[in-house]
Design a protein around this ligand. Sequence first.
Ligand code: ATR
Length: 273
Amino acid sequence: MKHFAVIGNPIAHSLSPIMHQAAIQDLQLDAIYTRKKLSKESFDREIRDLLLSDLDGFNVTIPFKERILPYLDEVDSFAKKCGAVNTVVRRQNKWIGYNTDGRGFLEGLTEKRPLKDSDHVLIIGAGGASKGIYLALKEAYNGEVTVANRTLSKAEEMLEQRSKDRAITLTEAANKLSQFTIIIQTTAVGLNPENSDLPLALDLLSPGTLVSDIIYNPFETHFLQEAKKRGAITQNGLAMFVNQGALAFKLWTGENPNRAVMRQAVLDSFEEE
Ligand code: ATR
C-alpha cells in the first residue's frame, strides 16, 4: 500500500486528507493519505525521521514550505525559483521537491475563463503564495502583470528582472483599479471573517473584472463580496486548493484524479461543520 501525507503545524484542520482520500477511493488505488504534525522546534530531527519512514510522498504546508528545501535530494527548477516546496515525491529512493501551488492556481483561474494577452493582471500581496502565482503566470502568459503590496520593496524584489511588470503600492493600485481585467488577492487580510478590512478599496473596480481570492475559508471573503456587488466575476480559493492537490496526486501516482470528486469531498466536509 502506498502512503501519502501532509505535514504542517497546525495540521488538524487540513482538508487535504479528505480531498486526497476521495481521489484515491474514486480511482480504487491501494493507498492512504494521512496528516502529520511536525514540531517547529524539533523540525530538523522530525523531518529526518520522516524521510527515513515508509512514506511514498507528501504535501508540505505552513510553516515548513521553505524550511524543507535543504533536506531534499533534488528540488525542481520551478520550486527552486519559488523558494518553496509544497509537494515531495520519493523516486528511486530520492526525495524530490516540487511546487504545485502557482500552477494549481492558474489551472483554476483558466477554468473560469482563458487568459488573453490583452489581459492586465493585478496580484495583491507579495508573500510566498503570490510569488508562486506570479511565476506560474509568467510561464503561461505574455501580458503585463502588476504586483501591489503594502511593503513595496517586497513586490519589487519578486518581479523578474528585465520584465515589463510593475510593482506598486496598494493605494496606487486602488487608484488605477479600473485598468485591470483580472485581480488576484493573495494576502491574509480576509482570513478572519470578523474583520471586514479590505486589502485595498474597490470603488474603481470595473464590472466584468475577474476577481479571484486564494482564500476558501471563509468561503467568500469580504473582498469577494464587495467585488461581486460591483459586478465582478468572482472565484474563491477552492479551485486553487483542488488543482494544487490534483497536480501533486499526479506526481505521486501518475494518475489524473477526478477534480470534481475532490472538490465535492471538500464541499461536503464544509457542510458537516
Ligand atoms: P503567504 O505565504 O500566505 O503568501 P506571507 O508570505 O506571510 O504569506 O505574505 C503575506 C502577504 O499578505 C504579504 O504580501 C503581506 O504584506 P507585507 O509584505 O507588506 O507584509 C500581506 N498582508 C498581510 N497582512 C496585511 C494587511 N493587514 N494589509 C495589507 N497586506 C497585508
